[in-house]
Design a protein around this ligand. Structure first.
Ligand SMILES: [Zn+2]
Length: 331
């Protein structure tokens, strides 16, 4: 049976885990077992090399994949270096923990920013057959640092355990924005308005004008035009998530686009619906594809490193909502 918690590690279990690592024994099948975090060999990923992305707004051309195995190995090494660089600029646990997690990241050929920065991802597969597939995006808006810190914490945690759900974390979807500390990407486009939702052209332009053409919310001129948006859609196509978590700041709420359900209590952030917009992830995935989206809106000045347990608990709660919402949808 699934435990109620996500992958919590009790001191006893940690001690057992340390012994397990020392003796290099294989990890157990239990949800909460800790697995060895030794670095894994470079994996070459060549998913969907020649496919384009088809959406209701037309076909979006995918970015190109490297052509030789050597290019692939190099691109993974560069992605791992980029991970370390990004993660060190965020709050988290000890350095060695993120070094170990970054040694596991991978990258798809579609996943480079406007300026060519790698957009890597971290996978933690569950052996639990009933585990859900949870896809996490952070730093979609480059000026929302705490969102990247929570993604870092979750990667560090997932790196040490065998979780009850399968997780994929894309901790920095907008690396150019993160570097420049801007909400938008390097083309000055708000990625969370650029997803190719239905009637995007008409609706996104109308909504933008209604919001006084705020440059921070510019959706772009073509749906799904941005390489970072294409990367996110590549992950959605490849990972086939049953649940998406999108981490932002600064509203301090948990906003759920999904079936009606009773939410678990999480004191630091109340449940509150912010609605969704043309071109947003919430509309693209829940309103049009029936994949629930949990938007975590952290407080703007959140000090993540001082609240490790709180954000571990938030991961547990998110996993529980994923499990419960899928149950409701299957009814
Ligand atoms: Zn945001």
């Amino acid at each position: 049976m699934n435990s109620r918690k996500e992958p919590a590690i009790s001191p006893v279990r940690t001690a057992i885990a340390v012994l397990a690592v020392i003796s290099s024994s294989a990890c157990s099948q239990s949800d909460e077992a800790v697995k060895s975090s030794s670095s894994e060999p470079v994996t070459i990923i060549n998913h969907a090399m020649s496919q384009n992305i088809t959406t209701s707004e037309g076909t979006i051309e995918k970015n190109t994949e490297p052509k030789t195995p050597m290019e692939n190995v190099k691109k993974v090494e560069l992605a791992r270096k980029q991970c370390l660089k990004d993660m060190e600029s965020l709050e988290g646990r000890e350095k060695k923990e993120i070094e170990s997690a970054c040694a596991r990241v991978e990258i798809f050929g579609a996943c480079y920013s406007v300026k060519g920065t790698p957009i890597y991802h971290f996978d933690a597969k569950s052996s639990n057959e009933r585990g859900k597939r949870i896809l996490v995006f952070a730093l979609i808006h480059g000026d929302e640092g705490p969102s990247g810190s929570v993604a870092r914490l979750w990667m560090e945690r997932l790196n040490k355990i065998e979780p009850r759900n399968s997780w994929r974390v894309v901790p920095v979807l907008n690396p150019d924005g993160w570097r420049a500390k801007t909400r938008m990407n390097a083309n000055k486009i708000d990625l969370n308005r650029n997803f190719p939702t239905k009637n995007w052209k008409k609706e996104s332009a109308a909504r933008w004008k209604a919001k006084k053409s705020d440059p921070r919310r510019f959706p772009g001129k073509i749906a799904g035009s941005e390489p970072e948006t294409k990367c996110a859609i590549t992950h959605i196509d490849d990972f086939k998530p049953g649940f998406i978590i999108s981490i932002h700041t600064p509203y301090g709420v948990l906003d759920f686009d999904g079936p009606r359900m009773q939410f678990p209590n999480f004191k630091p952030l109340r449940w509150f619906s912010l609605g969704n917009y043309p071109g947003s992830m919430g509309r693209y995935m829940w309103a049009e594809r029936r994949v629930p989206v949990l938007t975590i809106e952290l407080k703007g000045n959140e000090n993540i490193a001082r609240k490790l347990e709180q954000f571990d608990h938030l991961q547990d709660i998110s996993g529980t909502v994923a499990i419960q919402s899928e149950k409701i949808l299957k009814k």
